[in-house]
Write a protein that binds this ligand. Structure first.
Ligand SMILES: [Zn+2]
Length: 146
């Protein structure tokens, strides 16, 4: 396993542990038989997560797939879509919603980072070509003076 991969794995493990530790922040105030949040809780969750969120959209999924499993699925998929879906199913899981948002930020920032890394060798090559050209120019001038 490469060093980069090991570092990424360690970061991921820390991320999972933190989010599970923060799990206690859950307030299971949705109805245990239908999964629906009461209107005052809906209002609170919308204020916290954005008005476009409907906390009861996936009420049934809350009853079918337990929180811990849902979170493990999101981590296994590790895509912005998976974390967004998790956030919609478990909007009351404050700690994991926060962790999911951070991960979405990281994952959506990645293409730019990758792009920069791709450009770096090109930049280095350009610099070396310039140094070579300057070197050749000086040799040329020295030869011409004779
Ligand atoms: Zn109910």
């Amino acid at each position: 396993m490469s060093q980069k991969r090991a570092a990424e794995d360690a970061r991921r493990r820390a991320f999972i542990n933190v989010s599970l530790a923060l799990r206690d922040a859950i307030e299971p105030v949705y109805c245990p038989s239908c999964g629906v949040f009461q209107p005052d809780m809906v209002q609170e969750l919308r204020t916290k997560l954005g008005l476009s969120i409907d906390p009861n959209k996936y009420a049934r999924e809350r009853l079918v797939i337990p929180f811990r499993i849902a979170w493990q699925i999101a981590i296994a998929e590790d895509t912005p879509e998976a974390y967004r879906h998790f956030t919609e199913v478990w909007p009351s899981a404050t700690g994991s919603v926060y962790a999911a948002k951070e991960r979405i930020k990281f994952l959506t920032r990645l293409p730019l980072v990758a792009f920069t890394y791709k450009l770096a060798p090109l930049f280095a090559t350009t610099v070396w070509v310039l140094i070579l050209l300057i070197f050749l120019y000086f040799i040329f001038m020295t030869v011409r003076e004779r």
